[in-house]
Ligand binder design. Structure first.
Ligand code: ZN
Length: 209
């Protein structure tokens, strides 16, 4: 029996994975109006500010854009389809719950988030100090490494509705990975582990079989 070298096994595994289209991307965009007397939740974190977002839910525009990107990647519609704002179930709901449920939805199609990248456009407040906590919160809910979660904030140079502080917009992109891929990698590595030659005796046995 001829065994492929570890390198060739790895190459075959990678080409199988790529040919099977196990990676998918998704994009999400959301906007909420800002008003005085409302709370400002962003990325699952309560931000102290004179204004907050106007919404049926807690108005976490960042988590909404992220949910839409995840659902889009899995071809599962959008957040409005799964969590309609006409339903009293979602009145003032904590959007972290929506994110956890969205993660369950994509898991039902055997996907998990590979990594995500989010940009928040807001003139005020400055978000830099809150970003690490947002990233930790999202990584924890999705059950992924914090290295896979990137959040950035920008102003719009006082241009547009964000610049006039009338609202906040968020763009999100997500890569989702078919979970079977993880099994394949482990299986592939285990197989190659078996095929590895550690001693001269093992080498002789390989040559003769
Ligand atoms: Zn929203």
């Amino acid at each position: 029996m001829v065994r492929l070298s570890w390198t060739n096994q790895a190459k075959n595994l990678i080409s199988n994975i790529l040919n099977n289209m196990n990676f998918r991307i998704g994009y999400g965009y959301d906007v909420h109006r800002l008003a005085e007397g409302e709370t400002l939740w962003l990325g699952g974190v309560l931000i102290p500010h004179s204004k907050g977002t106007v919404a049926h839910s807690d108005g976490d525009v960042l988590l909404h854009a992220l949910c839409d990107a995840m659902l889009g990647a899995a071809k599962m519609g959008d957040i409005g389809r799964h969590f309609p704002d006409t339903s009293s179930d979602y009145k003032n709901i904590d959007s972290k719950i929506l994110l956890a449920q969205t993660n369950e939805l994509i898991a039902s199609k055997n996907y998990r988030v590979g990594n995500l990248d989010v940009t928040v456009a807001a003139q005020q407040p400055k978000l830099k100090l809150f970003i690490p906590e947002m990233e930790e919160t999202i990584a924890r809910i999705l059950g992924i490494d914090i290295d896979a979660v990137s959040i950035k904030a920008t102003t719009t140079e006082e241009l547009g509705f964000e610049g006039r502080e009338e609202g906040i917009s968020v763009h999100a992109v997500v890569l989702i990975v078919y979970t079977d891929i993880v099994d394949k990698i482990h299986k592939g590595l285990d197989d190659s582990e078996e095929g590895r030659i550690n001693t001269v005796e093992e080498a002789k046995e390989k040559i003769t079989t």
